[in-house]
Design a protein around this ligand. Structure first.
Ligand SMILES: NC(=O)c1ccc[n+]([C@@H]2O[C@H](COP(=O)([O-])OP(=O)(O)OC[C@H]3O[C@@H](n4cnc5c(N)ncnc54)[C@H](O)[C@@H]3O)[C@@H](O)[C@H]2O)c1
Length: 480
C-alpha cells in the first residue's frame, strides 16, 4: 500500500483528502503523459479517444462506477488498468492527469481529490454543480499548483479569436447586448410508479457520491440525471456552460467575472415526467458592461413537428447572437456570419468546434504554464456560475404573470422580445399560459467578489442554493 492510499483511508469516514505525493513531476517534452479517464459514458469515451490521439499521451487508467461501461471501455483500451473506484485511479502514482467526465455532481469532488493527489485535471462543463464548490476547485488548483482545464472546447477554436477581431474592427459598431438561445428538442424521461432500481452493474454508493440518496423515478438511469437537480443542472447547466462561456469570452473578453443581477423563469411543460429542471426557460443577466438574455426551448418548433425552434428575429438557431449598433453576428459551434443593419451578410466565419482543446491542456501540463491554457479553471468556474445563477433564480420562482415579468426589467426591449418568444413557444405547442405552471424567478443581486447574493434577494433560501448538502464521506472540503 503506498502512502497516498494510506492517507486516503485514514480519512475515508469523513471528508477524504489526498496528500500531494506524486505532485509536480516535471515532464519533459518527450515524456508520456499518463491519463486516467474517470466517467466513460458518451462524453468520457469521446474524450478518451480524443486525448489518446495526441502524440505522447496514453490512456493508462479507466474508471466508471458502472462495470458494464467499464468493460466496454476495456475492449478499446486493453492495456489500461481499470477500476470502478475513482479513488484508486486518483491515488495511483502512475497517473499524471485525469479527465473527469462523470455526472455534474461529481465534477468538483473528483477534481479536488485529484489536485490533492498531485494530478492535473481536465474537467467537463459545467465544472461544478454549484457556485461554492466551483470556487473550492479553483482554490485547490492554486494550492496544489495544478493545471486544471474546463471542458468548454470552443475556447480553443480560432473562430472565437476571429469574431473578437471582427468586432474590434468596428464594422458593425459597438455591442448593444447579446441574445443567446439553446433551441433543441428533448423529450419526456418517464415517470415511474415505483423507484428505479439502479442497474446491478453500478456501484451506486460511488455513483451517488456527493448527491442525496433519494428515490429516482425516471426510466433511464444514465444520462437523464441531467434533468434532476440532485445530479444535474438542467439544460441551462448543460448547454448553458458552452453558450454562456462563448459569450463571456467573445463579448466580455473575460472582463466580467459574475453578473450584477439576474432573473430567470419558465417551467417544465407538457411532459409530466420525473424531471425537475425546466424545459423552457428565460434568463436575464445584467453586467457592468452590456446585458445578456438567454432562452432555452426544449419543445418542438410546433406541436407534432420534429424540428427545433427557430429564433425568428434572426431566422437562425441563434446560439450566440451579438447585437451591435450597425448590425449583428449570429453563429454557433463551428461557424457563423455577420450581417449589416439591413440584414446583408458581410462576412462568414468557420471554426472546428474546438478540436485543439485537449492538446492545449496537454501543452500546459508539460510547460506548467497556466497562462497557456485556453480554459483555465477560474474562467470556466465563472461561466459555470452564470448557469447556476439563472437556475437559482428559477428555483426560487413564484407564480408568473406576464405584466409582472415585463416590469421586472423595465425599458429593455430584448427582455420583452424574449418573453414574447416564450409565449409564442408555448402557444405553438398548444400550452395555455393561464393553465400552465409557469414560474417567475427571484431577482438576485450579486456581490461578484464574494460570490454571494446581497440586498433583498439574499434570503436564506437563495443563499442555501449557492451550495449543497453533501452525503457523508463525499463532502467537498471547506478547506481544500
Ligand atoms: N464538452 C462537451 O461537449 C460535452 C458533451 C457531452 C457531455 N459533456 C459533459 O460530460 C459529462 C458526462 O456526460 P455524458 O453525456 O457522458 O453522461 P453519461 O451519463 O452518459 O456518463 C456519465 C458516466 O459517469 C459515470 N460515473 C458516475 N459517477 C462516477 C464515479 N463516481 N466514478 C466513475 N464514473 C462515474 C457513469 O456511470 C456514466 O457512465 C457531463 O458533465 C456533461 O455535461 C460535455
Amino acid at each position: 500500500m503506498n502512502t497516498s492510499r494510506r492517507s486516503f483511508l485514514a480519512t475515508a469516514g469523513g471528508t477524504a483528502a489526498f496528500t500531494a505525493l506524486s505532485a509536480s513531476r516535471v515532464r519533459g517534452a518527450n515524456d508520456t503523459i499518463r491519463i486516467g479517464s474517470i466517467g466513460l459514458g458518451g462524453r468520457g469515451m469521446g474524450s478518451a479517444d480524443w486525448f489518446s490521439k495526441i502524440k505522447g499521451v496514453e490512456i493508462t487508467h479507466l474508471c466508471d462506477a458502472d462495470s458494464s461501461t467499464l468493460d466496454r471501455a476495456k475492449k478499446k483500451y486493453p492495456n489500461a488498468k481499470a477500476s470502478q473506484d475513482l479513488r484508486k485511479v486518483i491515488e495511483d502514482k502512475d497517473v499524471d492527469a485525469v479527465i473527469v467526465s462523470t455526472c455534474n455532481h461529481w465534477h468538483v469532488l473528483a477534481s479536488v481529490w485529484a489536485c490533492q493527489a498531485g494530478k492535473d485535471v481536465y474537467v467537463e462543463k459545467p465544472i461544478s454543480h454549484n457556485i461554492w464548490e466551483g470556487r473550492k476547485l479553483v482554490e485547490a488548483a492554486r494550492k496544489y499548483n495544478r493545471i486544471v482545464q474546463g471542458g468548454t472546447q470552443q475556447r480553443s477554436d480560432d473562430l472565437q479569436t476571429e469574431i473578437k477581431a471582427f468586432l474590434d474592427e468596428g464594422t458593425i459598431g459597438k455591442i448593444k447586448y447579446a441574445r443567446l438561445n439553446r433551441f433543441g428538442m428533448r423529450g419526456s424521461i418517464g415517470k415511474r410508479d415505483k423507484p428505479l432500481v439502479p442497474p446491478k452493474t453500478v456501484d451506486y454508493n460511488l455513483w451517488l457520491g456527493p448527491a442525496k440518496d433519494e428515490p429516482i423515478y425516471r426510466d433511464k438511469f444514465h444520462y437523464d440525471w441531467h434533468w434532476d437537480w440532485n445530479a444535474g443542472n438542467g439544460e441551462l447547466g448543460n448547454w448553458g456552460p458552452h453558450i454562456l462561456d462563448d459569450c463571456r469570452n467573445v463579448v466580455f473578453r473575460d472582463r466580467v467575472k459574475l453578473p450584477k443581477r439576474v432573473i430567470s423563469g419558465g417551467g417544465r411543460f407538457l411532459w409530466d415526467d420525473a424531471g425537475t429542471t425546466p424545459n423552457t426557460q428565460f434568463y436575464y443577466i445584467e453586467t457592468d458592461e452590456v446585458p445578456v438574455v438567454m432562452a432555452v426551448h426544449n419543445l418542438p418548433r410546433k406541436a407534432g413537428q420534429r424540428a427545433d425552434d427557430i429564433y425568428m428575429r434572426r431566422k437562425t438557431n441563434g446560439f450566440l447572437v451579438i447585437e451591435c449598433e450597425g448590425g449583428y453576428y449570429t453563429g454557433g459551434r463551428g461557424g457563423g456570419a455577420a450581417y449589416d443593419a439591413d440584414g446583408k451578410k458581410i462576412k462568414g466565419f468557420n471554426g472546428d468546434g474546438g478540436g485543439k482543446h485537449a492538446e492545449n491542456f496537454i501543452k500546459a501540463v508539460r510547460s506548467r504554464n497556466r497562462a497557456e491554457q485556453n480554459a483555465e479553471i477560474e474562467e470556466i468556474h465563472y461561466s459555470s456560475a452564470w448557469c447556476h445563477l439563472g437556475n437559482i433564480s428559477y428555483r426560487l420562482g413564484a407564480e408568473y404573470e406576464r405584466e409582472k415579468a415585463e416590469a421586472a426589467i423595465k425599458g429593455f426591449q430584448p427582455w420583452n422580445d424574449m418573453l414574447g418568444d416564450f409565449h409564442a413557444h408555448l402557444d405553438a405547442n398548444g400550452i395555455d399560459p393561464a393553465k400552465a405552471d409557469i414560474k417567475l424567478g427571484a431577482a438576485l443581486d450579486i456581490d461578484a467578489e464574494k460570490e454571494t447574493f446581497v440586498g433583498g434577494g439574499a434570503t436564506p433560501e437563495a443563499l442555501a442554493l449557492l451550495r449543497r448538502e453533501y452525503r457523508e464521506g463525499f463532502a467537498v472540503p471547506e478547506n481544500v
